[in-house]
Ligand binder design. Structure first.
Ligand SMILES: Nc1ncnc2c1ncn2[C@@H]1O[C@H](COP(=O)(O)O)[C@@H](OP(=O)(O)O)[C@H]1O
Ligand SMILES: [Mg+2]
Length: 312
């Protein structure tokens, strides 16, 4: 995906996403599932506060855009804490900054609040301005804490999959016979089956146009409902589905980190009209996205164009 982003930025993104993910597993254990609203708000805000504090300490000169740092959520509170959420970098500063962290402290908040569901994520992405004053995603990590996985970019333009649920190998007992599985492996988007395409859609608001798309294209299509944009894009990269198609509303934090990882893993990631995904804009709305193997991109983009009258 990119030569930009120092080696440390990739590792830092993965470390922060993973630590926020462990914190969220602890919030689920501590609160249980009886009060979904309180669990969602507390998860959102505790992960947000952790990420804001960690970024302020580790990257004090960088700007931050977090879903939970917007002025519109200033009234939200976490259980047992009456403080207002830490605010994002002011827009005027963010829009001229050279480095901006775009984070979604808890993507798939609804699924996080449902017992047993594993389709929720923490997103940490870094956007960097380039020499031309434009910019691009330089690093990203998506933690899937309930799946024990983090998907992340690496320093050589690729991506990797990290198992976060493995105990440290015991240096005394670990030997050739009991060699543990590798903790981190390269991540490449798998090629789809020619006959059938599995397309991930929102569990709670599957866009009608994707149903039309399924009818319009040649391969047989199975729609697979999954929560969280990060979990859906991870499912594409892990080969559990072949594509993620969404339109009708979303924000930069919903897709920045998963798009960074997808591009690193060799996937196609664009708007549904094929235009590039662009980040750190004044208006953070980024309402549609297509992620798939490059082999499926023209079939899906052509199909989407055919049903564009049904786009929300
Ligand atoms: N129509 C819409 N408008 C705004 N945000 C949307 C949206 N559809 C999905 N999203 C956001 O995209 C993320 C994935 O949604 P879904 O699970 O339905 O696919 C969710 O993020 P959050 O959980 O961070 O709020 C959700 O809020
Ligand atoms: Mg989100």
């Amino acid at each position: 995906m990119t030569e930009a982003g120092a080696a440390d930025d990739h590792s830092l993104a993965a470390e922060l996403a993973g630590t926020a993910g462990r914190l969220l597993l602890g919030v689920r254990d501590e609160m249980g599932f009886a009060d979904a609203r309180a669990l969602k708000d507390t998860g959102d805000l505790r992960a947000h506060e952790y990420l804001m504090a960690a970024l302020a300490e580790r990257c004090p000169g960088d700007a931050v855009l977090s879903e939970e740092g917007r002025s519109s959520v200033a009234g939200k509170r976490s259980r047992g804490d009456d403080r207002a959420p830490t605010r994002n970098t002011a827009d005027a500063e963010r829009l001229t900054a050279s480095r901006v962290w775009i984070v979604d402290p808890l993507d798939g908040t609804r699924e996080f609040s449902e017992e047993g569901r594993r389709d929720w994520a923490v997103h940490v992405a870094l956007w960097e301005r380039d020499a031309y004053g434009d910019g691009r995603l330089a690093a990203g990590a998506v933690a899937l804490p309930a799946q024990g996985l983090t998907l992340r970019t690496d320093a050589v333009g690729g991506a990797s999959l990290v198992r976060t649920d493995l105990a440290d190998p015991d240096p005394v007992t670990a030997g050739p016979a009991g060699t543990p599985p590798p903790r981190e492996v390269p991540l490449h988007v798998p090629a789809p089956d020619a006959e059938k395409l599995r397309i991930a859609v929102s569990r709670t608001r599957p866009p009608e146009f994707v149903r039309r798309l399924a009818e319009a294209i040649e391969p047989e299509v199975e729609l697979v409902p999954i929560g969280s944009a990060g979990a859906k894009i991870s499912a594409v990269l892990l080969g559990e589905v072949d594509a993620y198609v969404h339109a009708g509303g979303q924000f930069e934090w919903d897709s920045a980190a998963p798009a960074a990882v997808a591009l690193g893993a060799g996937a196609h990631a664009s708007r549904v009209d094929g235009a590039p995904l662009r980040y750190n804009r004044e208006d953070p709305r980024l309402p549609d996205i297509l992620v798939c193997h490059p082999m499926s991109a023209s079939t899906l983009l052509t199909g989407i164009r055919e049903v564009s009258g049904a786009l929300p």
